[in-house]
Design a protein around this ligand. Structure first.
Ligand code: F6P
Length: 533
């Protein structure tokens, strides 16, 4: 099927897809569910290409793989684990079995405990030594940071709890900056780490412990922990009543829906958090039930496969025209690249197609004044994914929102249409003539024919955010299933961790750098001469 798609691509690659876009296509090349609509009409995928992509998906057995995931089978084969983040938003509590045991009573019990604790913090029934909690500091990294940090930002209009801060980097500048703005006697520190061994998180947690200890007698009382490793949270001195556990079948980058979402729940309240879960749950239902052509995650994945594995466009720009989603690109970098940045298939053979794409982006319209130059006129094609709401939350500034929407729509139109030489000439014909006119005009040509998709929704609400995040999770799943890889492990992060541990005594000057390669030894030498050890 890959070859059939490549052959199809070879036949259509040179056509201008703009010529395909009429009213019928605009109604046909969309997928919609709940509040979210995906428009992929501005791509070079035609009816035949779409049918071939769906054949590819079927040939890869995506339906069976999807059902195995929801059924709790150990589809994360290299770690021998089930993949059940969807159970965390299974609000109806329908049984989900892992090794024959229903996990839902435990999931719902933890959700209730989180809700009680979040309410206590928000109402002041849980207080610090100095009184009601004013600040929450979530210490975590990767999936224990990016999800809640992104969602707290996205749902800022619903934020009526204490201030939330996120510390992730082991760079002391990160934690020092946050702690400077907080009062230790009214700060709750949440240590978020699935394993409770991650060096950056544990180092920052100990720094926070020392900071609290300077002003508070019962240090442990102002800590909570989110982890699968309850023995380690106890050893750290956190009372079990403030430990919110989860199981190893929740991957770090898929963990926002459970305890790792505690800071979000404290920020927006348990009711809004449930709405966030409900949104995701509705996307799960859609993903399980909708025919592929109408299935939002599946179609978004197939567009991704078309652009990356078939057309050879190695990167994908995520461009939210929604400032609330300013952390979405960073969140998706982990979700997509840690999941699908794999070079071997599940059975250990080398992949014979490219792995998942490089994902990057920034909110519009800021990007327009920075890197869009390359998107429009650079020599590489960068498929773009725009996200935009019909309404913002600032009713009195709706005219600004309209300007934002116009900018978003203009970008996808400009990418598709471009501007040819004669149009470019007419733009500058009043200023130049002859050879100079030709030269100046060429700089103003836009090739166009550059694909994009647009995801639209009424307004950024907890429910919509839940739908969008679950949409991306399932998109990653479908792309990974088609590639035949394991989207749920992350062995690629291990080597650097091991080498960092070995390098620490070298950097500190306790061991010689002689065993290191020449470049590393010379870098250590420079840094030591300038004060690192
Ligand atoms: O190093 C990568 C990683 O394992 C991510 O997958 C994970 O989200 C992050 O580190 C943090 O891990 P933990 O929650 O165990 O501290």
């Amino acid at each position: 099927m890959w070859q059939k798609l490549r052959d199809h691509h070879a036949r259509v690659a040179d056509r201008r897809f703009e010529t395909l876009v009429d009213v019928d296509r605009a109604a046909d090349f969309v997928a919609q569910t709940g509040d979210v609509r995906l428009d992929y009409a501005k791509t070079n995928i035609d009816t035949e290409g779409r049918a071939l992509l769906i054949d590819l998906l079927e040939e890869a057995g995506v339906a069976a793989k999807r059902d195995a995931m929801f059924a709790g089978e150990p589809i994360n084969e290299t770690e021998g684990r089930a993949v059940l983040h969807t159970a965390l938003r299974n609000l109806d509590g329908d049984p989900v079995l892992v090794d024959g045991v229903d996990v839902m009573p435990g999931v719902l019990d933890t959700l209730s405990r989180m809700e009680r604790f979040a309410d206590d913090v928000r109402l002041g029934d849980f207080a610090g030594q100095g009184g009601k909690i004013t600040d929450v500091v979530n210490i975590g990294i990767g999936g224990s940071d990016l999800g809640p940090a992104m969602a707290v930002q996205a749902l800022a209009p619903y934020h009526d709890g204490p201030r939330c801060h996120f510390v992730s980097n082991v760079d002391p500048a990160d934690i020092a900056g946050v702690l400077r703005s907080c009062d230790p006697t009214t700060t709750l520190v949440i240590v978020a780490s699935k394993t409770f061994t991650t060096i950056e998180t544990m180092t920052n947690a100990r720094t926070a412990q020392a900071w609290i200890r300077q002003s508070v007698t019962d240090t442990g009382a102002q800590f909570a922990a989110l982890s699968t490793a309850e023995d380690k949270t106890a050893a750290f001195g956190i009372d079990p009543s403030r430990v919110f556990g989860f199981e190893d079948w929740v991957g770090g980058r898929y963990s926002i829906w459970g305890p790792i979402g505690l800071s979000l729940m404290i920020a927006i309240g348990p009711e809004a958090f449930r709405a966030f879960l409900r949104g995701a749950q509705s996307m799960d239902r859609h993903f399980r039930a909708a025919e592929w052509q109408y299935n939002l995650p599946a179609m978004l994945a197939l567009v991704g496969i078309w652009h990356n594995q078939i057309c050879g466009h190695a990167t994908r720009a995520v461009l939210p025209y929604d400032n609330l989603l300013s952390r979405l690109p960073a969140y998706l970098q982990q979700l997509e690249m840690e999941s699908n940045g794999k070079g071997v298939s599940m059975d250990g053979a080398d992949l014979d197609v490219p792995s998942g794409p490089v994902v990057w982006g920034e909110p519009g319209t800021n990007g327009q004044h920075a890197f869009y130059q390359l998107i429009h006129q650079g020599t590489r094609v960068i498929p773009c994914e725009f996200l935009v709401a019909a309404r913002g939350h600032e009713d009195d500034l709706h005219h600004q929102h309209q300007l934002l929407v116009a900018n978003c729509l203009a970008q996808s139109e400009a990418l598709m249409r471009g501007r040819d030489l004669s149009e470019a000439r007419s733009k500058v014909a009043d200023k130049f003539d002859g050879k100079e006119l030709e030269r100046q005009a060429r700089h103003r040509v836009f090739t166009g024919n550059r694909p994009s998709v647009t995801i639209v929704y009424p307004q950024m609400t907890p429910e919509v955010l839940g739908q969008i995040v679950a949409l991306y999770e399932h998109r990653v799943f479908v792309e990974g299933a088609i590639l035949g890889i394991n989207s749920f492990d992350q062995w690629g992060v291990e080597l650097g961790k091991e080498l960092a541990t070995a390098l620490q005594p070298v950097v500190e000057g306790k061991e010689s750098a002689d065993s290191k390669d020449g470049s590393t030894a010379a870098l250590v030498d420079f840094l030591q001469n300038h004060g690192v050890s």
